[in-house]
Design a protein around this ligand. Structure first.
Ligand SMILES: NC(=O)c1ccc[n+]([C@@H]2O[C@H](COP(=O)([O-])OP(=O)(O)OC[C@H]3O[C@@H](n4cnc5c(N)ncnc54)[C@H](OP(=O)(O)O)[C@@H]3O)[C@@H](O)[C@H]2O)c1
Length: 231
């Protein structure tokens, strides 16, 4: 297996996107637009196949298991409980891979009311990271914007920032590449201990914590520093 540190620009990186709904579908479209190959999987394989056919030669569909097995990076674009289930089921396949987690700890009741599914002091990022094999390179990313904003905010000039959080240099290299390919400027907000800042509800670096706004690099650096000063 090639060293994950080698997955910088110029080396082919295969990204599995598990889930092709609001976030996974848009992310797949944007990564393909940025020339990154993607392998798509969903609960119903026909949904992944339909999107792969639409996106063309850089996209293909596979089962969840095979998509993970053959990827360098795996984005779990599914709800947090599903991420937990899929990690438990496929943990050995995730050894040494980059795992990208966009999940927010939210659920919806029968009336469509959103509520937090974890205690205030616990982030989805910390939960997911703790479930992964120690050799997995974990990054929190791609969950800070609503799905429509992820699409409409891409490829602006100057580029809008997408925050990420990781404790891992290999994950940082890969997630920066994927964020750039998706049409945004990557900025590290901190480590896994800071993942909650990127999650809604409540995270100050989540779009809803930034009054729904996209931020440029100067604004993003100021937002990161503001909380550190007052914390
Ligand atoms: N929606 C947003 O604006 C937004 C913004 C930021 C972060 N997020 C986060 O992104 C994640 C996904 O949200 P979403 O809105 O994109 O969800 P979604 O539209 O409901 O899509 C969920 C996807 O997960 C797939 N899935 C469900 N169970 C699966 C399984 N066992 N194996 C493989 N795939 C499975 C579904 O497959 P099928 O297609 O076959 O049903 C579907 O493609 C969540 O954690 C959410 O917190 C969402």
């Amino acid at each position: 297996m090639r060293a994950r540190q080698q997955l910088g620009k110029g080396v082919t990186l295969t990204t599995a996107i598990i889930g092709v709904g609001n976030i996974g579908g848009r992310l797949a479209r944007q990564l393909v637009g940025g020339d990154e190959p993607v392998v798509l999987a969903a609960k119903d394989e026909a949904n992944a196949e339909a999107l792969a056919n639409e996106l063309g030669p850089l996209a293909r569909a596979d089962s969840v298991e095979d998509a993970i097995a053959n990827a360098d990076a795996v984005v779990f674009a599914v709800w947090l409980d599903t991420t937990r289930e899929l990690i438990a089921k496929h943990a050995s396949l995730l050894e040494n891979k980059v795992v990208v987690d966009p999940s927010n700890p939210v659920g919806f009741d029968a009336d469509g009311q959103m509520s937090r599914t974890l205690p205030d002091d616990q982030s989805a990022g910390a939960v997911v990271a703790a479930l992964l094999p120690v050799s997995t390179h974990y990054a929190k990313a791609f969950g800070t914007l609503s799905a429509p904003t992820l699409a409409s905010g891409a490829n602006r000039e100057p580029r809008a920032v997408l925050f990420y959080a990781t404790d891992d240099d290999t994950a940082a290299t890969t997630i920066e590449r994927l964020i750039r390919a998706a049409g945004f400027e990557p900025l590290k907000a901190g480590g896994v201990a800071d993942a909650g800042r990127l999650e809604g509800p409540g995270g100050d670096l989540h779009q809803f914590g930034l009054n729904g706004e996209l931020v440029d690099l100067d604004q993003a650096n100021a937002a990161i520093a503001a909380r550190k000063v007052t914390a």
